[in-house]
Design a protein around this ligand. Structure first.
Ligand SMILES: O=C(CO)[C@H](O)[C@H](O)COP(=O)(O)O
Length: 229
């Protein structure tokens, strides 16, 4: 099976956690694409009343086209469940997200959700976070100074570029800087430092947050419980 089939397998297993009447946060990315597709089929075939909150315009557009009722987070009650992808998940169920530059909206939605599930293929499970570059969403104003501060701390920053070689702009017209760290020894300490740097709107460390991880493996789907209520 290729990576996309494993992603699809995880997504199709996770869609079963969605129950009639729920308000659902929908993440962003190629794995979530399969989830939204499967949810669209369930809504159509089982006549489910599902309300969705999207973390990107890509997801919103796909879900709406499949007949899933979408609302703005500001108009939603606390979400019952959010299902999203992830770029890395370690043994302590800490994660890196933001490969699709949507981690700011994804974190806001996740933190306003009673439960969070990540859907991944097995390659996303790692012993230590950091081989995947850690994304920061940063304000353009004064960003060169922030960049120098990150470089001086040996955090190996690199601006993310779009297809035309320009600095990528997020949904909120911010830049993304990726930290090429290779290994993050203390995710909480790093998150704490990044949380205190003015100009960083949000980083891609999602700590102490996910409840379950649904993993697509060659030999089937595994559901890992993080043991968080
Ligand atoms: O955090 C994300 C987007 O900002 C995605 O969830 C993450 O990058 C995983 O993407 P994919 O499912 O395409 O592998």
């Amino acid at each position: 099976m290729d990576q996309n089939q494993l992603k699809q397998q995880a997504a199709e297993a996770a869609v079963k956690f969605i129950e009639d009447g729920m308000v659902i946060g929908l993440g962003t990315g190629s794995t979530v694409f399969y989830l939204v597709d499967a949810l669209g089929r369930r809504v159509r075939d089982e006549h489910l009343q599902i309300t969705g909150v999207a973390t990107s315009s890509r997801t919103a557009k796909q879900a709406s086209a499949l007949g899933i009722k979408m609302i703005d987070l500001n108009d939603a009650p606390e979400l019952d469940l959010t299902i999203d992808g992830a770029d890395e998940v370690d043994r302590n169920f800490q994660g890196i997200k933001g490969g699709g530059a949507a981690h700011l909206l994804e974190k806001i939605v996740a933190l306003n959700s009673k439960r969070n599930i990540w859907i991944v293929d097995a390659s996303k499970l790692v012993a230590h976070l950091g081989a995947f570059p850690l994304p920061l969403e940063v304000i353009p104003f004064g960003v060169e100074h922030l960049y120098q501060r990150l470089a001086a701390r040996d955090l190996k920053p690199k601006f993310r570029l779009d297809e035309s070689g320009q600095r990528l702009l997020t949904h909120n017209k911010n830049y993304v800087i990726d930290l090429q760290l290779q290994q993050i020894d203390d995710p909480h300490a790093l998150a704490d430092w990044l949380d205190h740097q003015t100009g960083i709107v949000e980083h891609g460390l999602f700590l102490d947050l996910v409840n379950q991880v649904v993993v697509g493996r060659e030999d089937g789907v595994e559901i890992l419980d993080a043991g968080r209520d």
